[in-house]
Design a binder for this molecule. Structure first.
Ligand code: PSU
Ligand code: MN
Length: 285
């Protein structure tokens, strides 16, 4: 759909604490608009899929007690059971695709978790089968980044760095992990997606967009905080869908709110780039 940027709702309902989640969601929509895009935040209310929630619906997703967190696999449960549900990266992509939307901005995609035996996000599978530009600040720093990169490669996801050859570390603009492919403009992202379409190649184009330098955290400090958060999760036996929200919450606590500020900054930054890409996408995308 012309100039539209999809936004997810899990980050509102489960990724950010109440109080700032609603405001951040609105600021993301504003960032998309300021850059020429049309934001559509996706969510499920009473089993109804909504592409472009209004403020009241956004507030309900952000404050409701019984809001499910759904990946693609759980969308049909939420709609059949008439539930309220926030959509993760995978579910947002699946719904965006059904609605002809080709650009989606998020914070960080899910991937291969650390510290637990085996936990790989549905996000990677959806990225492997849905042709769409997904803007993210790398993958969440709580994950096993090298393993996540290997999985993305295995599943045929195209990864490009936006003005960087370094795979960003979510809260931190730098990491030891390199990206082979780089783009320098929004137009280039659009060109690559159009080529995928022309050649009949499925799968996402992950645009890794580093957090702005002034809001970036120190890499070593962040690593140490993540180790502590992971230890706490193992000790408390946290697993499954609650693991990501738990770790993000714990990190915010341990860092005195620094990870939260960084998370908000990168979300806005990604929404802004989403707006720019969508504005440059022309008629066909
Ligand atoms: N990025 C954030 N905060 C989040 C998420 C990503 O800044 O809350 C969410 C996304 O919706 C992503 C989900 O799809 O976490 C991944 O969860 P899991 O690891 O359970 O697959
Ligand atoms: Mn998981």
């Amino acid at each position: 759909m012309k100039r539209v940027v999809a936004l997810e709702s899990t980050v509102i309902a489960h990724g950010l604490p109440q109080g700032i989640n609603f405001e951040t969601a609105l600021n993301m929509e504003r960032a998309v608009k300021e850059n020429g895009g049309i934001p559509k935040t996706i969510g499920i209310l009473d089993g109804r899929i909504i592409v472009g929630v209004n403020e009241e619906e956004m507030r309900r997703l952000g404050t409701g007690r019984n809001v499910l967190k759904v990946g693609t696999a759980e969308i049909s449960y939420a709609t059949a059971m008439k539930r309220d549900a926030a959509t993760t990266v995978s579910a947002t992509m699946a719904i965006a695709k059904l609605n002809g939307i080709s650009v989606f901005a998020t914070g960080g995609i899910g991937g291969v978790h650390r510290g637990v035996d085996w936990d790989v996000s549905q996000d990677i599978i959806e990225l492997s089968r849905t042709r769409m530009i997904v803007i993210s600040a790398g993958v969440k720093s709580i994950l096993d980044v090298p393993k996540t990169l290997e999985f993305l490669e295995t599943f045929g996801v195209t990864i490009v760095g936006y003005k960087t050859d370094c795979f960003p570390f979510f809260h931190c603009s730098k990491s030891p992990y390199k990206i082979n492919l780089t783009i320098d403009s929004p137009e280039e992202a659009v060109m690559i997606l159009k080529e995928k379409e022309r050649l009949g190649i499925e799968g996402g184009l992950l645009v890794a967009n580093p957090i702005p330098e002034m809001d970036s955290m120190d890499y070593d400090e962040l690593r140490a905080l993540i180790e502590s958060a992971l230890k706490a999760a193992v000790k408390e036996g946290i697993s499954g869908k609650t693991l990501t929200p738990y770790l993000l919450g714990k990190l915010a606590l341990l860092s005195g709110g620094k990870t939260l500020d960084a998370n908000i900054s990168l979300l806005i930054n990604n929404a802004a780039l989403g707006g720019l890409i969508a504005a440059n996408s022309g008629e066909e995308l």
